[in-house]
Design a protein around this ligand. Structure first.
Ligand SMILES: [Zn+2]
Length: 111
């Protein structure tokens, strides 16, 4: 398990649910703690789009995390997109566009 937006996002907005399910993703050992692992870097824009697709999938399903995601990120697709975009913009001001992280794809992407 890894945080999509790094813990330091709290510098931007202390109210962001950084440990909330909307910001948590499954990660292999290499991505989480490997030589070219993510650590406190900001993931690439395509990965942000995949996170949004993953969250929307869970919200439009009967998944038990549905209600938690809505409470933490908004009750409409537009609000949830804005939630992620705000966090992304905020992160860029602290980490810089040059630090975006994108691992080599392994296997088939679900989202
Ligand atoms: Zn990985």
């Amino acid at each position: 398990m890894d945080h999509f937006f790094p813990h330091d996002l709290r510098k931007c907005d202390a109210d962001k649910p950084i440990n909330g399910v909307a910001n948590l993703v499954l990660a292999c050992i290499d991505c989480n703690r490997g030589v070219n692992g993510k650590f406190a870097k900001l993931p690439s824009l395509p990965l942000l789009e995949r996170l949004h697709a993953r969250n929307e999938y869970l919200i439009t399903s009967h998944h038990p995390l549905r209600e938690t995601l809505i409470v933490q990120t908004g009750n409409s697709t537009e609000k949830r997109q804005k939630f992620l975009q705000d966090a992304y913009n905020c992160s860029i001001t602290h980490y810089g566009i040059h630090q975006k992280w994108q691992p080599a794809q392994q296997g088939i992407a679900t989202f």
